[in-house]
Structures are given as structure tokens and as C-alpha cells.
Write a protein that binds this ligand. Structure first.
Ligand code: SAM
Ligand code: DTB
Ligand code: SF4
Length: 328
């Protein structure tokens, strides 16, 4: 395993536990808030410089028209969300966006496609993008849906550093959110990515109407993977009109979101925990608590895939205000 990446080395080592029981994870969620924050901040400091935040920028390289039924997603063709289906973006457009992301201060560029799974010719196009983005001096990440073994190997060959594929929620709640692919399918893709030697980025979404047991189940499943994901995105549901969930669930209590970040940090001590979607609707105070709870990565730039994210200026001001700096 390469030791060059800050988080990659310790996540597979004896320091990180892979046998978290649900009872233990639940007990963390149920700690008094100050105790939970203290433990999470302590674990964060044992593994990272708490004043550093890794900065990733997202680009939707293939938007909308997706055949899947993920109840949260504005890009599913079956929901009327106003997102138009587009073709795969041209290589030079992607490279221009990547150069702008680098100039803006990002160290990682993440390319997302609204596919159930890529076709082999799509993989070739994405590999060319990966090569080009890497040549700009950025780390590369892609999220393209389910992969088979050969596709993962081909992406690795092109130099892909990370693959994002989320478990999204607990195995029990999963069927309420997605019916067009199984939890097992997701675990298989994660296996292919891991076996190809690509770093794994895997997390989930909270605020989808799940209960505490589901948040526990999601974190326990992530923390029981044979090797912890190097990157763990924790998304707060972005409610998009037209998606089934937007009509159904009440917004989540921000302090419960902070708790989820803290528990992820404690259970996966050496992973980068990303405060992901949902920041546009979050106060500065909530975000500050997330950093205190051990979040050490964000998406930076005014757009996630299809929904808004805070602007670069306001984010830079927030980082400066909190005395945080971008990780190299
Ligand atoms: N189509 C691919 C897939 O599903 O694997 C890749 C792109 S998909 C948009 C990547 C992830 O974005 C999803 O797994 C989900 O966790 C997250 N996501 C999508 N819509 C979201 C929303 N409205 N709020 C929060 N997270 C969302
Ligand atoms: C992840 O966990 N969150 C990002 C990234 N992986 C690809 C996506 C968030 C998408 C939010 C809804 C949208 O902008 O379409
Ligand atoms: Fe498609 Fe991914 Fe959205 Fe699900 S999350 S509908 S697979 S783009």
C-alpha cells in the first residue's frame, strides 16, 4: 500500500477497529453531546492536524436521465425535478473546469455521472478525463455507479485515485430509498474498487426519514468494512422538489447531523470525514461544530452536482474565521 497519502496508511492498521458492534455505535450516539464532541475531537487530534481541511470540487460530467429510482435524487429520470438529461461532457470542458477548481484552491477533483453503471466506452472517455485532470496536478475521484472488476482495473490503470460509491443508509432502511439496485450490489462494487487498488470514498445520507437505529446501522456497516474507506462523505439530504423524499420528510435537526459526523470520526479514526451535501442550508455555527466533531473535508465551489453549495468567497471567509486552512 502506498504511504504517500495521509489517510491511506493507518486506516488498515491495528489502530483502526473493524469490529464495532451496533450497541457500541448506538452508545456513542446516545452520549451527552459534550462527551461525544470531546471524544470525537480527541480522536481527530490523534490522527490529524485539526486545523487542516481537505478541499474537493465536484463536477457533474453526465447530468440527469438516470434510470435508477433513488428517492433522494434530482437526477432520476422518473421524477419531475427540472433537471434536464445531458450527454457526457466533452474532455476539454472537463479539463477547463478542473483547471478552474485548481486555481480556486481544490486539491481533489471529483467527476460524477448519473449512470446506473457505465458502459465500457464510457469508461474509456472517463479514463481520458482522469489522465487529463491528473496532469493538472489534482487528485482524481469519480462516481459513475456500479462497476465490474474489469472497469475498476481500467480506471486504476488511468491513474484514478478515488472512487465514490455510497452505501447511503443502513441495510434495513435501504429498501425504502432504492429498489433498482441492492445493498449487496453496492458492496460488490466497493470490493472491485478496493481490489483494483483505488482508494475508496464511501458514506451516506442522513435526514431521509431514517431513525437512530438506521444511522447506527450505516456507520456500523461502514466501520465494519474489511478496510475503512479512506474518505467518508456524510451528506445531509438536499430536499429537491419533485423527488419522493422532499414531499415526505421533515428537515433534520442540525445537532443530530453533528452527532453523525462525530460518531463517524470515532469509528473511522484515520479516514477523512467529509461534511458533504447540505452545507448551503447549514449555519456557520453548525458547520463549525462539524469541524469540531472531526469533519476534515468539504466540497468547495458554488455547485455540488446539480444543487447549490456555498460560494467560494463565503467558504473562504468561514475557513479564515475558524482558523482552518486547506490541506495540501
Ligand atoms: N449515479 C452514481 C451513483 O449513484 O452511484 C453517482 C452519482 S450519485 C448522485 C452520488 C451520491 O450523491 C449518491 O450516492 C448520494 O449519496 C448523493 N446524493 C444524491 N442526491 C443527493 C441529495 N439530494 N442529497 C444528498 N446527497 C445526495
Ligand atoms: C457524495 O457523497 N456527495 C456528492 C458526491 N458524493 C458525488 C454528491 C452530492 C449530490 C447532492 C445533490 C446534487 O447536487 O445533485
Ligand atoms: Fe442515478 Fe446516482 Fe441519482 Fe441514483 S443517485 S438516481 S444512481 S444519479
Amino acid at each position: 500500500m502506498s504511504l504517500s497519502h495521509h489517510a491511506a496508511a493507518p486506516s488498515g492498521s491495528a489502530l483502526a477497529r473493524h469490529d464495532w458492534t451496533r450497541a457500541e455505535v448506538r452508545a456513542l450516539f446516545e452520549l451527552p453531546f459534550p462527551d461525544l464532541m470531546y471524544q470525537a475531537a480527541t480522536v481527530h487530534r490523534q490522527n490529524f492536524d485539526p486545523s487542516e481541511v481537505q478541499i474537493s470540487t465536484l463536477l457533474s460530467i453526465k447530468t440527469g436521465g438516470c434510470p435508477e429510482d433513488c428517492a433522494y435524487c434530482p437526477q432520476a429520470a422518473r421524477y419531475d425535478t427540472g433537471v434536464k438529461a445531458e450527454k457526457l461532457m466533452a474532455l476539454d470542458t472537463v479539463l477547463a473546469e478542473a483547471a478552474a477548481a485548481k486555481a480556486g484552491g481544490a486539491s481533489r477533483f471529483c467527476m460524477g455521472a448519473a449512470w446506473r453503471s457505465p458502459k465500457d466506452r464510457d469508461i474509456e472517455s472517463v479514463c481520458a478525463m482522469v489522465e487529463g485532470v491528473k496532469a493538472l496536478g489534482l487528485e482524481t475521484c469519480a462516481t459513475l455507479g456500479m462497476l465490474n472488476r474489469e472497469q475498476a482495473a481500467r480506471l486504476k490503470e488511468s491513474g484514478l485515485d478515488y472512487y465514490n460509491h455510497n452505501l447511503d443508509t443502513s441495510p434495513e432502511f435501504y429498501g425504502e430509498i432504492i429498489t433498482t439496485r441492492t445493498y449487496e450490489d453496492r458492496l460488490d462494487t466497493l470490493d472491485h474498487v478496493r481490489n483494483a487498488g483505488i482508494n475508496v470514498c464511501c458514506g451516506g445520507i442522513v435526514g431521509m426519514g431514517e431513525n437512530l437505529a438506521d444511522r447506527v446501522g450505516m456507520i456500523a456497516t461502514l466501520a465494519s468494512l474489511p478496510q475503512h474507506p479512506e474518505s467518508v462523505p456524510i451528506n445531509m439530504l438536499v430536499q429537491v422538489e419533485g423527488t419522493p423524499l422532499a414531499a415526505k420528510v421533515a428537515p433534520m435537526d442540525p445537532l443530530d447531523f453533528v452527532r453523525t459526523i462525530a460518531v463517524a470520526r470515532i469509528c473511522m479514526p484515520a479516514s477523512m470525514v467529509r461534511l458533504s451535501a447540505g452545507r448551503e442550508d447549514m449555519s456557520e455555527e453548525t458547520q463549525a461544530l462539524c469541524f469540531l466533531a472531526g469533519a476534515n473535508s468539504i466540497f468547495y465551489g458554488p455547485k455540488l452536482l446539480t444543487t447549490p453549495n456555498p460560494g467560494r468567497d463565503s467558504d473562504m471567509k468561514l475557513l479564515v474565521k475558524l482558523g482552518l486552512r486547506a490541506m495540501e
